[in-house]
Design a protein around this ligand. Structure first.
Ligand SMILES: *[C@@H]1O[C@H](CO)[C@@H](O)[C@H](O)[C@H]1NC(C)=O
Ligand SMILES: *[C@@H]1O[C@H](CO)[C@@H](O)[C@H](O)[C@H]1NC(C)=O
Ligand SMILES: *[C@@H]1O[C@H](CO)[C@@H](O)[C@H](O)[C@H]1NC(C)=O
Ligand SMILES: *[C@@H]1O[C@H](CO)[C@@H](O)[C@H](O)[C@H]1NC(C)=O
Ligand SMILES: *[C@@H]1O[C@H](CO)[C@@H](O)[C@H](O)[C@H]1NC(C)=O
Length: 385
């Protein structure tokens, strides 16, 4: 029965192709993970890595598990052991944070990026064994207060991705709203409702400015200096993956009842990106650096995170329309990892519009492979394969 029900569900939805179960092998994932840890240094890279380590090593504490939020404050010895890498990362961040800093880590002018470490820090504080050590809770709260009260906002309410001016980047949606939502899930009463609503509003406000009729999001708008009006693959991937985390955080919180329309909207906004993306997939499974411009180069980073988001979305909605595209993308990613566990053919994450230089590797690309692996595994488990 357990096997039959998901299979029937699946067959009824698409009828045709059976999803590929050919995932990554464990030794590849081990190498990809070691390289990710070795080269991730920037605030957003560490925040994305914290999410990847959570999904890979302690999935019961990920917002994508079916467990209710907040998690238990007292963890079993087994879960505590699984969580050691996440806790160690959060501990390092909090111990190294200067006493006069209201953000978790230097964001080099970015307001959203340091917040990407917030979930790991808040989780570590919530589940800590030493109940008289409030350093994690204090650090997470200061980061949250800074984001909500000090960072400039657009007229529509969107909190800027930059500290010194109002500028919206699609990337922000993965960095800040999932943390705001998670803080909401850990709180109660009005404070909980306000934070969950703020996380949703941030997604809505960013989408209002950055998305267009294509269904895709532009990368960077407003403010002065750098602008990127293209449908950057990685930007769309950050937006989809971030909204999925907000969606699942709200869904698993005990205030989910108050957000029915909001969770429906988040689901449809992720669907907009996913459905607009795969029409542009190359024959070999790749996406291009600018999703709807095949004259740009093939980019494995965005391909990995958009495929991951496609598996996550299908696991939530039971709509398997785009799974065949994600399966094909996953095979391309498998074939794009060298024997040492490096993802090849990535975009340079700091130029946005050139490939990584020969011999250089993308820290976030390594992380996206892990997120793809965990999303595919959870999808296969969901459909009983
Ligand atoms: C990290 O990279 C350095 C070289 O930069 C290497 O010596 C070391 O073995 C690597 N560590 C891991 C865990 O891969
Ligand atoms: C924190 O203190 C350091 C050293 O005293 C100083 O260089 C830095 O500007 C201060 N940062 C803030 C945000 O006040
Ligand atoms: C628990 O945390 C408090 C406050 O930071 C600290 O003084 C104490 O040494 C810690 N206890 C242990 C066993 O680490
Ligand atoms: C959900 O989206 C619809 C259509 O865009 C919009 O009219 C509605 O206000 C949204 N609901 C909320 C709660 O934001
Ligand atoms: C996939 O196809 C694109 C052209 O559509 C090409 O640029 C890219 O190199 C190919 N990727 C691999 C790994 O073969």
């Amino acid at each position: 029965m357990l096997l039959l029900v998901p299979f029937v569900l699946f067959a009824a939805t698409v009828g045709a192709a059976v999803p590929s179960t050919q995932g990554f092998d464990e030794s590849t994932i081990a190498k990809v993970r070691a390289n990710m840890i070795n080269i991730s240094t920037h605030s957003w890279e560490l925040g994305a890595m914290a999410q990847a380590l959570t999904e890979l090593e302690v999935p019961s504490l990920s917002v994508f598990s079916n467990n209710k939020l907040p998690p238990p404050q007292s963890l079993s010895a087994q879960v505590r052991a699984e969580a050691v890498d996440v806790f160690n990362l959060a501990t390092r961040i909090v111990r190294e944070k200067p006493a006069n800093s209201s953000v978790l880590i230097d964001g080099d002018g970015a307001a959203g990026d340091p917040a990407s470490l917030g979930v790991a820090v808040a989780l570590t504080g919530w589940t800590r064994e030493n109940r008289s050590d409030s350093s994690f809770d204090v650090a997470a709260q200061e980061q949250l207060d800074h984001l909500l009260n000090d960072v400039p906002r657009d007229a529509n309410g969107a909190i800027s991705q930059r500290e010194d001016q109002v500028q919206l980047w699609a990337d922000y949606v993965f960095m800040a709203p999932p943390f705001i939502a998670y803080e909401g899930a850990l709180k109660t009463g009005d404070e909980q409702l306000e934070l969950l609503r703020e996380a949703y509003d941030q997604c809505r406000d960013y989408r209002e400015v950055l998305s267009d009729d294509s269904g895709l999001w532009k990368h960077i708008l407003l403010g002065t200096g750098i602008q990127d009006l293209t449908h950057w693959g990685t930007g769309n991937a950050w937006a989809a993956a971030g909204m999925l985390r907000v969606l699942e955080t709200i869904t698993h919180s005990d205030a989910a009842w108050a957000f029915e329309q909001e969770t429906r909207n988040l689901t449809s906004w992720v669907t907009d990106i996913v459905s607009a993306t795969w029409h542009h997939q190359g024959r070999n499974g790749t996406l291009f650096n600018v999703i709807d411009d095949p004259t740009t180069f093939a980019d494995s980073s965005s391909t990995a995170l958009l495929a991951a988001s496609t598996y996550r979305l299908a696991t939530i909605t039971n709509d398997f329309t785009w799974i065949g595209f994600a399966d094909k993308a996953l095979q391309l990613i498998k074939n794009s990892i060298d024997k040492d566990g490096w993802l090849l053919n990535t975009v340079d994450p700091e130029t946005f519009n050139t490939p990584s230089l020969p011999g250089a590797h993308s820290p976030e690309g390594q992380t996206f492979v892990i997120l793809l692996h965990t999303a595919q595994q959870d999808f296969l488990e969901h459909i009983g394969l």
